[in-house]
Design a protein around this ligand. Sequence first.
Ligand code: SAH
Length: 263
Amino acid sequence: MNRRPGWMASLPPSKTPAPGRSQGSGASPGRIVPAPVLPEKPGGLGLASDRARESMVDALARGGVRDLPVLDAMLQVPRHQFVEAGLASRAYEDVALPIGHGQTISKPSTVARMIELVVDHLPASRRAQSRALEVGTGCGYQAAVLARVFGQVVSIERVSGLHELARANLRPLRLTNLRLAFGDGHQGVAQGAPYDAIIVAAAGDSIPEALLGQMTIGGKLVAPVLVAGGRQALHRVERVSAERWHSTVLDAVRFVPLRSGTS
Ligand code: SAH
């Protein structure tokens, strides 16, 4: 049975098969063959979640996400394992969901769009060597997607409970190119700098200066910034030289606030 939707035909084979996906049965047509009993991962929804994730990625492609490695990464990362069990059945809807500590996991369409906005300058040949920083790890979902798109990823979180939650959520995925840091992301993470891509997942009054300094020349940053009336606009910044940055204001967005210090 080949259920690959149109956009998937042009994707390279996935690095790892999605959990529970049938590898082809060889059953003759018309015979009813019992489905194989597959080991269920803890918190997994098995085939149902594979299908839900495929539909989610289909919707992202229809909604304008064009970067195939980004779509493939969204297909690989089991979003339902990043939310609490009671919300797992809603994990593939295009909604933000609570993750505790008053924070949320970003909508899949937001995650895909933000990543697309900071990766478009990197041709396929440069991605394996590229470096990305995320400010605001939360439950770790976007960090996992980033780790399947960029060569090396650092993600920093200021709430210790969420930093630990992300660590636990990410452990089964064994992403050896992802490093989690605990601290205030206003300072960036100097150790992994400079970065080809920076994503800020929380809205501040402005883009922290340290982050601008940690971009490669030609690198891209995307961040929600507070504007009048408590609204927020997504900003994209390109570092054009050692001393110059070019900023573009994109659409209205809604993120949790970028806070100072740790808790
Ligand atoms: N990246 C997440 C979204 C998390 S929500 C996802 O995959 O869905 C944004 C996160 O930013 C929250 O966990 C919040 O605690 C964190 N945050 C806010 N201010 C921060 C700061 N100054 N440094 C690091 N993290 C911060």
